[in-house]
Write a protein that binds this ligand. Structure first.
Ligand SMILES: [Zn+2]
Length: 481
């Protein structure tokens, strides 16, 4: 026995593969950062379509740049007419996919560092798209590079894909699926770690009521509020001409006192404008906001309106159907399940014209329910209240059982790399995983980190960018080996 040395730790083949990939990624750190910066400097907000740039110039330029980076790294790359593109490695019919996106939402105001200069401060790259989703998309590309350079054997092809219409209609993915077969398995790096195994179904629709009969007494000229169906509105306004201007102002003050709502009346020449201020939040978590439109409706419901007028009927009905609720219970939609919780309802927009009043609703239903479970009771109650439905769009829920191979593999990889014991997540939904078959959302937001996407001062921490690259490389290896 003398002289025989027992190793203190034995590496499994998987651990050895992980270390090999990690070493390559550490060497590529500077190039990875530079590539992310190059892409962030392109303002890829959706614009007017042109030939070969179906979502406007910005997204098309970003796609060209990403594919140029991929080619410089030595990959085969393809551009599907400006809709979507990919870099790939390996051979075979089946492929593992990572699907990120290069389009961004508009920058908005309130930036400390310019939104498209990709400045680095205190270990963070700042800019629109750093986290959502250019950073993670480029992390996936460098993960593929590490996998190739490592020489680790894989049995399937791997494709890193760059979409350009994620923030709007996902027309990039529909275009792709008409031309290419869907991936065998994979992920989209565009939500949370450890991973998302359940995404609620989403229904967007307008309900409207015709306004034939004008109201007498209080004359409402205009009602408007909200910016998007999937945002809790933080501002709504109604404009009046009224013989009793002072009475209206008094009612508003009393109502604000009683309810605590931020709502006030301002005199504007002959008319009065009622302004309701709420708290904005994402449409998937309406309970975290305060709906300015519904505050306003609630106030309007207390006024002595002419009961026979269409506008007063509309106000009465919307208060009965929605009120300040965010779970749809008054619409007969109190659905709930174990994996994903309660249905959520957000009334995001209101618009009044001479002919009609239109409300836009964003509704997210639990993953074990079907479209019909929601739409049948919904249509009935809307009809009972004299409203009509239009512009309805449904996205079915996404649900992978917790013990499915994809969920188990990704969860394992994440927990291994971070030394944690996280459980998979269910969310209100809305990632590419709903559109592209056989994938789930995997990263890039680490547990406990703030959500910076769609906000001013969006950033990605460089250490997290590098860690994500390592996690994605290992995940690709595990899925493709
Ligand atoms: Zn995104």
């Amino acid at each position: 026995m003398g002289g025989f040395k027992v190793p203190t730790s034995i590496q499994t083949p998987d651990e050895e593969a992980k270390h090999r990939l990690n070493r390559i990624i550490d060497q590529d750190r500077d190039k990875l950062i530079e590539s992310v910066q190059e892409l962030v400097r392109i303002r890829s907000v959706k614009g007017d379509p042109k030939p070969s740039s179906p979502f406007g110039e910005g997204p098309a330029k970003a796609l060209d740049k990403a594919l140029e980076i991929a080619k410089d790294l030595g990959f085969r790359a393809a551009n599907l007419d400006g809709y979507i593109g990919y870099a790939e490695h390996g051979s075979g019919e089946d492929y593992v996919a990572v699907l990120g996106h290069l389009d961004v939402v508009p920058e908005g105001d309130g930036w400390e560092h310019p939104p498209y200069s990709a400045e680095i401060h205190e270990g963070k790259i700042y800019g629109r798209g750093t986290t959502d989703d250019k950073g993670p998309a480029i992390a996936a590309l460098y993960a593929l590079k590490a996998l190739r350079d490592s020489g680790l054997p894989i049995s399937k092809k791997v494709r890193v894909m760059f979409g350009t219409d994620e923030e709007s209609d996902n027309a990039d993915v529909s275009y792709y699926l008409k031309r290419e077969k869907p991936p065998f398995t994979g992920f989209t790096p565009d939500a949370f770690y450890p991973l998302v195994y359940a995404e609620k179904g989403i229904i967007n629709f307008d309900i409207f009521r015709d306004l034939f009969e004008k109201t007498s007494g209080v004359e409402i000229h205009n009602i408007r509020g909200g910016v998007a169906a999937n945002m809790v509105p933080d501002l709504a306004e109604a404009e009046f001409t009224n013989s009793d201007v002072d009475g209206l102002i008094r009612s508003c003050i009393e109502f604000a006192d009683k309810t605590g709502y931020d709502i006030k009346a301002e005199k504007l020449g002959d008319s009065v404008v009622i302004k309701s201020i709420g708290v904005a939040a994402h449409g998937s978590t309406p309970e975290e906001g305060k709906n300015a439109i519904m505050q306003l409706m609630s106030f309007l419901g207390t006024l002595p309106l002419d009961d026979s007028s269409d506008i007063s009927k509309a106000i009465y009905s919307i208060n009965k159907m929605v009120d300040m609720e965010t779970d749809g219970s008054s619409m007969g939609l109190a659905l709930e399940d174990k994996p994903s919780g309660k249905l959520s309802l957000n009334l995001g927009l209101v618009n009044m014209t001479d002919e009609k009043i239109i409300f836009t609703i964003n509704l997210r239903y639990p993953v074990t329910f079907e479209f019909d479970d929601v739409i049948n009771p919904l249509k009935q109650i809307i009809k009972d209240h004299g409203f009509w439905v239009e512009n309805l769009k449904n996205h079915n829920p996404l649900y992978f059982p917790v013990n499915s191979p994809l969920v188990k593999t990704l969860l394992n990889v994440f927990n291994e790399h971070t030394g944690s014991e996280e459980k998979p997540l269910a969310i209100g939904g809305g990632t590419y995983a709903k559109e592209m078959p056989n994938i789930v959302a995997f990263g890039p937001i680490f547990p406990g980190e703030p959500m910076v996407e769609h906000k001013p001062n969006e950033y990605i921490k460089i250490d997290e960018l590098v860690l994500s690259t390592k996690i994605y490389a290992d995940a690709l290896y595990q899925l493709a080996k």
